[in-house]
Design a protein around this ligand. Structure first.
Ligand code: ZN
Length: 423
């Protein structure tokens, strides 16, 4: 089964190729066409062109090209049909249903899981206010979460044993859809037990505001693993989503701050930093990278100040370096994570921290500096050579000058020496 040419034309006509590609690649106009760095091969100068007149793209470097649908299949790594569906959705075009029995069955199963998830999120949320959720309420007080925050993120508290299972059954949900959601497990002896018990519950929504998974925080501090996350299921796969993007999108999100944990994002949001998302795990994936790129011009990495956080920054840089967005790193001192920082020093200072977030080059220089002892002549030479290599990678000559100036001042090295080394 396939869509008719008529429908395909409608999808193409309603998705301007320059607009669509701009969500992934930074494009600059030059004459009749637009140019940018090719997202399909590594390059330093733009050979990827987009023609608004012909509504096609072409890369002179690697030869890849096609129309807006081709672009979607390649950039998202999806099939033709899925690409058409994505673009149709983007342009608010209702596609006719194709009679593919397998696909429509899958869609039905997905729809059921969304329903179970959404009902559960609301149930946990209401339960948080009930007397038997005292532990959860204490946690709310301890974290100083406001009612508005509890509402914005639909935060909740889960019950005991098979409480949710019973509630879902009473609501009319069937065993197969309940199990498929992962919110209830079936024991070997055939009894049902809730996956989340006595936990502070954080629903995870996708950009279309559908509940796809949950994070559950245990409230005894002694537990080594504080969070339990939903297992992957028909609507949720790890590394494809960013927590809080659905909320951040409602505000100005030209810049997006990425933090490690849900509670960091929630705490910052409550204190006025609205353009914040959490990575749902430390290692940023390529999918998440593109999701960030699609939604922001500037991405600020606000990971924890510990070793794992620094490793996560290096990893995120690798993932996003060719996605054509301005990446910055938050420099936090005096606190172990963004949550602690904003509570200690307030939102004005946190905002300042964001404004002063350093570029990737500056971050790399800092890492280098920590590894070497600049008092030792040999190390200083090494340092000079390494920063020269970094500077040589900057395409823009004015930018290069500015960095040389900065580094010369900051590290007491003559500008000429850096200049010579970077030639
Ligand atoms: Zn290319």
């Amino acid at each position: 089964m396939r869509y008719s040419d008529e429908i395909l034309n409608e999808v193409r006509e309603n998705n301007d190729i320059v607009e669509v590609i701009s969500q992934y690649v930074h494009l600059k106009r030059s004459g009749r066409n637009y140019f940018g760095l090719c997202p399909f091969h590594n390059e330093k100068s733009p050979s990827f062109s987009v023609s608004p007149d012909k509504q096609i793209f072409h890369c002179f470097g690697c030869g890849v090209g096609g129309n807006v649908i081709t672009f979607m299949t390649k950039i998202e790594g999806i099939g033709f049909k899925e690409a058409v569906e994505n673009l149709a959705e983007r342009a608010n075009i209702v596609l006719p249903t194709l009679n593919n029995a397998e696909d429509s069955k899958k869609e039905e199963r997905k729809a059921k899981v969304y329903k179970v998830n959404s009902f559960t999120a609301d149930y946990y949320h209401k339960r948080l206010y009930r007397p038997e959720s005292k532990e959860g309420q204490d946690y709310v007080k301890q974290r100083k979460l406001t009612n508005e925050t509890l509402e914005s993120y639909n935060l909740g508290f889960s019950g005991n044993y098979d409480e949710l299972y019973k509630v879902l059954r009473k609501e009319g949900f069937q065993d197969d859809e309940i199990l498929e959601s992962g919110l209830v497990k079936k024991n070997e002896n055939g009894t049902y037990v809730d996956f989340y018990r006595n936990r502070f519950m954080i629903p995870i929504l996708d950009v279309r505001n559908r509940v796809i998974a949950f994070g559950g925080r245990v409230l005894e501090d002694a537990k080594r693993f504080k969070y339990l996350n939903s297992p992957e299921n028909i609507v949720y796969s790890k590394g494809k989503h960013l927590f809080g993007l659905n909320v951040a999108k409602k505000y100005e999100h030209h810049k997006l701050l990425v933090v490690e944990g849900y509670m960091d994002a929630i705490s910052l949001h409550q204190r006025g930093i609205r353009n914040v998302v959490a990575a749902l795990g430390t290692a940023l994936t390529t999918n998440q990278g593109w999701l960030l790129r699609k939604n922001a011009e500037q991405v600020i990495l606000g990971f924890d100040a510990d070793g794992a956080g620094q490793t996560a920054i290096m990893r995120a840089m690798e993932v996003m370096q060719n996605m054509g967005c301005d990446m910055r790193v938050l420099q936090m001192t005096g606190a172990k994570d963004p949550d602690e920082y904003i509570i200690k020093y307030g939102s004005a200072r946190f905002q300042k921290l964001m404004d002063e977030a350093i570029s990737l080059l500056e971050f790399k220089v800092k890492v280098l500096e920590q590894k070497l002892n600049l008092e030792v002549a040999g190390d200083k030479v090494k340092f000079l050579n390494e920063i020269a290599k970094l500077i040589a990678q900057i395409d823009n000559s004015i930018e290069r000058e500015i960095y040389i100036e900065k580094l010369a001042k900051g590290y007491n090295i003559s500008k000429e020496a850096i200049f010579r080394a970077s030639k």
